[in-house]
Design a protein. Sequence first.
Length: 167
Amino acid sequence: MILAIVQIIAVSVTPLIVWRLGIVYQDRKAKKDAQLEVFFSLMANRKANPIAKEWVDSLNVIDVVFQDDKKVREAWKAYHDSLNNKSPHFASNNSYMLDLLSEMALSLGYKDLKQTEIDNFYSPQLFVDQNNMQSQLIIENLRILKHSKNLVEAFTDEEYKKIYPSE
């Protein structure tokens, strides 16, 4: 009789235990996935020029995503301080960024990732050229808008040669 009661209790309680363990696992996995997403976003955009919105968004959720990791949050606080152009650490904010990414890497289990490897970044010349071209286009559009009566009025030949002497 006692054995039957124990079996009934075991059969009743086992699904609850499995269900609870599943929830704990899913919660831990969701937190780890969020941490990885922030880390990967920061790594992918660490030296983007201009600064990517994803970079800023990822920085702004570090305190939430890494709330249980004191070292990461301290590194984030130091890096955040170094981003202020009035900070005495402003000139060396790249070092603080490397410290932050290194702490995050250690926290996530990337123990062999060195700061020199984190500092390496690939950006093809095409991207640099496109950014330069886009900047030139913006500057030229602003110049036209600021110094023209309207967009359809053309320069005289003399004005054009004065502005563009090499063409």
